[in-house]
Design a protein around this ligand. Structure first.
Ligand SMILES: CC(C)(COP(=O)(O)OP(=O)(O)OC[C@H]1O[C@@H](n2cnc3c(N)ncnc32)[C@H](O)[C@@H]1OP(=O)(O)O)[C@@H](O)C(=O)NCCC(=O)NCCS
Length: 180
């Protein structure tokens, strides 16, 4: 069984490997989407700006990034125009909550179903639960694999909407609640 080293991203090499994993899992790059897909495309400068504010979590196997879950605190809201309306929606939904956004999660195909997804989120909680009440993200509802994996970790659906890109579930993992 592969041993994953899970922790905070630490430099450009990690960020470049995140971009490579992302590129392989964008919907247009995939033959089919039954095991999920990602929608938002980052760039190295955007990942660097995010990293400077709050490092993302990566899992490495043999020194290479094979999974990631990105940190996007509110200060990153202007970096990606595609996420502007999402951040605005969160202001309405969670006006008093100290939350940050998990901007995208991806596990390399060869490492899926190994528990690494759960380990990424355990690391988010370990590093950031002292500063935030909750971790929030949105998932295309047709991405059933991702919906199920997030529910298993403890995310609950708090809203749903459709835009020109997809139909989305907004999900939150509330660290303060008894269920978490
Ligand atoms: C989505 C993703 C991050 C999940 O990580 P993972 O390691 O594959 O997740 P797991 O295998 O631990 O959990 C998947 C869950 O979906 C279920 N599942 C597996 N294949 C499935 C499928 N084709 N359709 C529906 N559910 C499926 C599993 O049974 C498991 O649920 P369970 O624990 O209730 O039994 C990963 O598959 C991935 O990176 N996919 C491509 C990119 C992506 O979709 N990112 C998320 C964007 S929101």
């Amino acid at each position: 069984m592969t041993v994953h080293d899970v922790g905070l991203a630490s430099g450009d090499a990690d960020l470049e490997q995140i971009l490579a994993l992302q590129a392989a899992n964008l919907e247009p790059a995939l033959g089919d989407t039954k095991d999920g897909f990602v929608t938002v495309r980052h760039t190295l400068p955007i990942l660097r700006a995010m990293h400077a504010l709050q490092p993302s979590v990566v899992a490495r196997a043999d020194g290479r990034v094979v999974a990631y879950a990105l940190s996007m605190p509110k200060e990153t809201r202007t970096l990606l125009p595609i996420l502007t309306s999402f951040f605005a929606k969160l202001d309405e939904l969670l006006p008093r909550e100290r939350f940050y956004v998990m901007g995208q999660v991806c596990v390399d195909r060869a490492h899926r179903g190994t528990g690494v997804f759960d380990a990424l989120f355990a690391a988010h909680r370990e590093h950031y639960a002292s500063r935030f009440d909750s971790l929030v993200t949105e998932i295309a509802t047709r991405n059933v694999r991702s919906m199920r994996a997030h529910a298993r970790v403890g995310f609950e659906t708090i809203a749903a909407y459709r835009d020109e890109v997809d139909a989305w579930a907004v999900v939150a993992w509330r660290w303060g609640s008894a269920a978490s």
